[in-house]
Ligand binder design. Structure first.
Ligand code: NAP
Length: 367
């Protein structure tokens, strides 16, 4: 069946997020990985020589001798998943979109453009229609979609079912972010061992002003009307390998009971779960009753698709806001590569890759 699959490539295949893409694409029912691309530093080398594989399990054996390509349009594939740093993504992603590729990006470069979807498929699948706006307004043969920053992804995933039902006015969030969020080699061990670094460049701005409001906004036919939510964020780097923990306090437009909030999470059944997309976790939001959970080491892989769910716990009244609770999510899986992959699955299921590809979703082809 693999000849029917959609061919995909990874830009930045040697990095932390690039490796996750490669791991998650192994045996994917709809996508066939055909191209690995990297910087001029490593392009031309076999993958096993250029890549310091740092995530769990082994580097896929059949990719060890694959020669890395440079990040230029040319590879025979329809989608490129971008795990590039923003500094290089701006130019490279545009070159791929211009040349006709569908770019599913993790970088921040295009997230805030008015005609580029910033997507969490459970939260705002209707924003995918920005692709049509983008196609009309730009001279590209392909298009770009993006997923949010890793902390925002899990914050907004937990807030969405509550915002839909009760309206959220104010959010106060403190993050404890894993070191894999800084890429490889990332934060120096001398800086992070026995320590907490109370600053992550650019992170608070993304969480406070740029991403939750766009994600929870409404598509108006030509753009997004941003949600009117006030967010205050403190972002900290902590000595955890994977999994961002966030403590959150919220104030609602109309204050629900604790039981109402728990019911909203429990009954949440958004589009990717209804469509049974291959990487859609069931449920999307997990509530843990134990008073000392969720915890990164124990719970970052919780759920039906490891690393793809958002886990919540410790819901309780807040003496300043209405309620407070704890959120945990995997940063390089759902917060990066897995989020992008789910975007691509939604694109395919909604016909953005053409009818033949959409038939894969209908027939649920499995290797
Ligand atoms: P990383 O570990 O530093 O990897 C960067 C990758 O990009 C490497 O494959 C590198 O190739 C390649 N690259 C660097 N400069 C390049 C250039 N000028 N041209 C072509 N390729 C180049 O970074 P990461 O943590 O995987 O992050 C990748 C992107 O995802 C970033 O935009 C980041 O903000 C975003 N993101 C990361 C996370 C996370 O949890 N880590 C979460 C959400 C979003 P070489 O090996 O050849 O240098």
């Amino acid at each position: 069946m693999s000849q029917n699959k959609v061919k995909v490539g990874v830009l930045g295949a040697t990095g932390t997020v690039g490796q996750r893409f490669i791991q998650l694409l192994q045996g994917h029912p709809w996508f066939n990985l055909t191209a690995l691309c990297s910087s001029s530093r490593t392009a031309g080398k076999p993958y096993s020589e250029a890549c310091n594989w740092i995530i769990g399990e082994n580097m896929p054996e059949h990719l060890r001798d694959t020669i890395l390509l440079s990040c230029e349009p040319g590879p025979e594939c329809d989608i490129v998943f971008s795990a590039l740093p923003a500094e290089s993504a701006t130019e490279i992603e545009m070159a791929f979109a211009n040349a006709g590729y569908i770019v599913c990006s993790n970088a921040r470069s295009y997230r805030y453009e008015m005609d580029v979807p910033l997507l969490i498929p459970e939260v705002n699948p209707e924003h995918m229609q920005l692709v049509d706006v983008q196609r009309r307004g730009r001279d590209w043969k392909g298009f770009i979609t993006t997923n949010p920053n890793c902390s925002t992804t899990h914050l907004v995933s937990a807030l969405h079912p509550l915002h839909e039902k009760f309206g959220i006015k104010k959010v106060f969030v403190s993050t404890m972010q894993a070191i894999s969020g800084a890429g490889y080699p990332g934060v120096s061990s001398m800086d992070i061992l026995d320590n907490v670094v109370p600053y992550i460049s650019g992170e608070e701005e993304k969480m406070e002003e740029k991403e939750p409001q766009k994600l929870l906004g409404k598509f108006n036919g030509s753009g997004i009307d941003y949600a009117d939510i006030l967010v205050s964020a403190h972002c900290n780097r902590v000595p955890v390998l994977d999994g961002h923990l966030e403590t959150v306090s919220i104030e609602f437009d109309s204050k629900p009971s604790e039981a109402d909030i728990l019911a909203a999470w429990r009954e949440y059944n958004p589009l990717p779960q209804q469509l049974n997309l291959p990487n859609a976790p069931e449920p999307a939001v997990i509530y843990m009753d134990a008073p000392n959970r969720p915890q990164p080491r124990l719970d970052r892989m919780a759920g039906s698709v490891p690393g793809m769910a958002t886990t919540v716990g410790r819901l309780r009244p807040d003496p300043i806001f209405d309620y407070k609770f704890v959120i945990l999510g995997h940063n390089t899986i759902r917060g990066a590569a897995g989020g992008s992959l789910l975007n691509a699955e939604l694109l395919l299921a909604q016909g953005y890759l053409g009818e033949e590809a959409a038939a894969l979703a209908d027939s649920r082809i499995v290797e």
